[in-house]
Write a protein that binds this ligand. Structure first.
Ligand code: SAJ
Length: 450
């Protein structure tokens, strides 16, 4: 049967290479729609957990879908990537594309996956690259697949770049509902990939060429990172000018064409700290004046700035950091998540420890403590500490009993809001000193002559 027919009848076999949150969401969705899906990953323990039908994930819905698919026989996992490539008509590559210490893309996982897939590639197969990649990578991978398989891309087999738009924690729903783009190596490849996605997704699908899709995907994350950097710079200005950045942004955003994001103690996660560098890879022309690079630096600087806030708070309280105990609420990179990938908390906690402070940690979802003392609840963490530092905007931190916080903290009680979940006015009303990112002390500004 020809591939388009097999797609419509859900009779083709789909291989998923790389079983991180993207690969698992893709596998779960296709298996749920009746396709036979085979997944592979290098991590033996992960493959064993999946195969046992008892995979545990923070994202419960995804784990349940995977476990059901394994039990129904629609999904199986292996470490044998070549076998997956040999037995599937469609292969979706979802491997990681990290950046090096020097902020250069590391495409070794993708290259190796494409070599293996190339070894199993047959006439009229379709390969989709879902990993986020630097501009030009799909064409480079076409050459790899051709070289290894001896087949010709766009003639003997099809290739498209299909960037994912799934936020960790909401993977399956995002995969199904979000609009998406498909960048074909050629028009026929894009058409075939479109046909496949139409079987499973509800969102709109936009077709383009692979280079445009690669850049558009990176532009989405980079836009968010640059926008947050703008908010962070505004926060620094507001701190100097003695106003509250929250109020400034709230007012500015009442303009129908303005949407300033929120400032904070830094930007974490698997996407925003990385994708801007993938976009910049190879873009040498304007590196000196790159707003994107500058935004990245500013967002990273917010971690040190948060440390400065803690030191200021301790200074006003007449305490020395090396003899202080600090409570940190929240270590995950964003609210409602257990993920600590690139979380600002890592640098901040480790820096406080290196300055000699003792650090208590509480996060309702994470086990990680980065060398601090893990506590079971917020009040256990806060008790007998000199400064309370909030690094993640988990919902429960917004409803802390501030009177109780003040009572159990060493005097004078002070809070540093790396994420602004506590009202400064409420903190002040119970006698807690509050230092928030973007919250300045009232000053009278005089215009300088220069
Ligand atoms: N953050 C701020 N200020 C804000 C928003 C976020 O400082 O106004 C910080 C967060 O605290 C966090 C980081 O930025 O540390 C990243 O947060 P995020 O909400 O952007 O979360 P991600 O990285 O999980 O998801 C992003 C989203 N991308 C865009 O909005 C363009 C998500 O929709 C994508 O699906 C995902 O990347 C992806 O896979 O690309």
């Amino acid at each position: 049967m020809k591939l388009p027919d097999a797609i419509s009848k859900h009779t083709c076999k789909i291989g998923v290479v790389g079983l991180g949150h993207v690969g698992l969401a893709v596998a779960a969705t296709f298996a749920d729609r009746g396709f036979a899906v085979s997944g592979c990953d290098l991590i033996r323990g992960l493959v064993q957990n999946i195969s046992s039908g008892n995979l545990k994930l923070f994202e419960l819905e995804l784990a349940e879908m995977i476990n059901n698919a394994v039990k129904s026989g629609k999904f199986s996992a292996t470490t044998d990537c070549l076998n997956v490539a040999k037995t599937c008509e469609i292969t979706i590559i979802c491997v990681q594309t990290p950046i090096s210490r020097k902020k250069q893309p590391d495409l070794s996982f993708l290259r190796s996956a494409c070599e293996t897939v190339g070894n199993g590639l047959r006439y009229e197969n379709l390969v989709l690259i879902m990993s986020s990649v630097p501009p030009g990578t799909t064409t480079e991978m076409a050459r790899t697949l051709e070289k290894v398989s001896g087949l010709s891309c766009g003639k003997d087999f099809w290739l498209a770049c299909c960037p994912e738009r799934l936020a960790p924690g909401n993977s399956v729903r995002d995969f199904i509902n979000n609009d998406r783009m498909i960048g074909g190596f050629d028009a026929q490849s894009a058409k075939l990939a479109n046909r496949l996605f139409h079987e499973v997704v509800r969102g709109k699908v936009f077709l383009t060429d692979s280079l445009t899709a690669e850049i558009a995907k990176l532009a989405e994350n980079t836009f968010r990172d640059v926008n947050i950097a703008f908010a962070n710079e505004l926060a620094l200005i507001c701190e100097q000018d003695g106003v509250d950045v929250q109020e400034v942004i709230k007012l500015a955003n009442t303009h129908p064409r303005v949407n300033i994001h929120g400032p904070g103690c830094g930007v974490g996660g698997p996407c925003l700290p990385k994708k801007p560098y993938l976009l910049l890879a190879g873009a040498k022309r304007h590196t000196k004046h790159s707003m994107i690079r500058c935004s990245r630096r500013l967002n990273s600087f917010m971690e040190s700035h948060t440390i400065s806030k803690v030191l200021t708070a301790l200074g006003i309280a007449k305490k020395n950091v090396s003899r202080s105990r600090i409570s940190v609420l929240g270590v995950s990179y964003k609210k409602g998540s257990d993920d600590v990938t690139n979380a600002p908390s890592k640098f901040i906690v480790q820096k406080l420890l290196s300055l000699g402070a003792k650090v208590n940690i509480y996060d309702p979802f994470c086990v990680e403590a980065f060398g601090g003392k893990k506590c079971e609840g917020p009040y256990e963490a806060i008790a007998k500490t000199d400064c309370l530092l909030i690094l993640t905007d988990h919902k429960e931190f917004g409803s802390l009993d501030l009177k109780r916080v003040k009572e159990i903290m060493n005097k004078p009680a002070c809070i540093v809001g790396g994420r602004r979940v506590i009202s400064p006015a409420e903190a002040a009303s119970v006698g807690i000193m509050y230092f928030g990112i973007g919250l300045g002390k009232k000053v009278t500004r005089t215009r300088s002559k220069d």
